[in-house]
Design a protein around this ligand. Structure first.
Ligand SMILES: [Zn+2]
Ligand SMILES: [Zn+2]
Length: 360
């Protein structure tokens, strides 16, 4: 499914075209994946609509990819400048990692397609901030396809307990949710607000309930069905984005495309509390609300705003591990690959229940 031009939904309901393209030619250090499932992420809308445009077109979108390693590709030479993921705290050895991969093995690919491995960010485990960060399905072709190529040192083994479709949303929605929860500074027994309740925050709720069993979780969503869904997963309260639960929140994780949600969240966090914005781009439509920010009630008292940017390999691998241990599985709807446009359109229109996964 190729994106050929920047366009707007829903005016153009079919931004992607079902196309026949050659199997990817491998460079050194890359392996070939036969894709079996790919999650659909709100970031794809940001790419299609030009808020985080791909540097070249056409491009294959998709960065929550599950697939099987094709045998021949494992013979390709290691990447000359490969430094790989640093998830074990040791300088990683791409040759070793690539050699450890088995033909027929099931692996996942996340938003992080590669990073330089040499800058101070990469060396300190913050490869998500690397100036040479490359994103799957934006800077390189992704998983809305039958085959994709990927750096051997940036694939992640998938625990056996997940089906392909269950694993796909864990690779972005889950992994970045994991990073958001970590950056929220939440402690057990505290109160967490979640604004927006789509692919990522429903996994954050499940994760937070596992890691912080005494935390109280408050869900803010415009959609009554999502509020019901949140309560069924154990939220202490669910209401509209402009409604107030009793008491102040210790932290809030915002996954909405609008600024109004940030403004409301800043009213609700306690002194010293933190609002974590887990989106790659905000839409411009209600940006003027920022001019009405009230410094004394919304920012003073050491309230903080922190954005979440990309993911590290450690985020992906640690989250997959925790999710397997805690049996955290996404709620998802499946679509055929060729129906990707329909999945994207429904996401744009807010018809979201959990995650969306393309079956390839
Ligand atoms: Zn994503
Ligand atoms: Zn770097």
């Amino acid at each position: 499914m190729l994106l050929r031009e920047i366009t707007q939904l829903p005016q153009n309901p079919t931004p992607l075209t079902f196309s026949e393209i050659p199997e990817p030619a491998l460079d050194a250090g890359e392996v070939l994946l036969r894709v079996t499932a790919c999650g659909v992420c709100h970031t794809e809308l940001d790419e299609i609509e030009g808020r985080t445009p791909p540097p070249r077109l056409p491009v294959v979108l998709g960065h929550q990819v599950v697939g099987i390693l094709e045998s021949d590709s494992l013979l390709s030479k290691p990447h000359e400048q490969a430094h790989g993921c640093q998830s074990d705290g040791l300088p990683s050895k791409p040759q070793r990692q690539a050699a450890g991969l088995q033909s027929g093995q099931r692996v996942g690919v996340a938003w992080i397609a590669s990073a330089c491995g040499e800058c101070n960010f990469c060396k300190s485990g913050l490869e998500n901030l690397c100036p040479q960060f490359k994103a799957t399905g934006r800077d390189v072709d992704g998983g809305y396809a039958e085959y994709m190529k990927v750096r051997a040192d940036f694939v992640h083994p998938i625990p056996d307990s997940f089906s392909d479709a269950e694993a796909a949303p864990l690779l972005c929605a889950g992994a970045i949710g994991y990073r958001s929860l970590r950056l929220s500074n939440l402690q057990d027994g505290q109160s967490l607000g979640l604004t927006g309740f789509g692919g990522s925050n429903h996994l954050v709720l499940k994760l937070a309930k596992h890691v912080f069993p005494n935390a109280k979780i408050f869900v803010f969503s415009r959609n009554p069905k999502e509020r019901e869904f949140a309560l069924s997963l154990g939220a202490a309260w669910a209401g509209g984005i402009d409604q107030s639960p009793l008491g102040e929140l210790d932290s809030v994780i915002d996954t909405t495309p609008v600024w109004g949600a940030v403004s409301e969240a800043l009213k609700r966090v306690r002194p010293g509390g933190r609002v974590v914005i887990n989106v790659i781009r905000k839409e411009e439509s209600d940006k003027s609300i920022l001019n009405q920010l009230d410094y004394p009630s919304q920012l003073w008292m050491e309230k903080e705003i922190k954005s979440v940017t990309n993911v590290t390999c450690a985020d992906v691998r640690e989250f997959l591990q925790v999710a397997a241990e805690a049996d955290i599985k996404p709620e998802f709807q499946e679509y055929d690959l060729k129906d990707a446009n329909q999945a994207l359109l429904e996401m744009k229109q807010g018809k979201i229940h959990g995650s969306k996964v393309l079956r390839v």
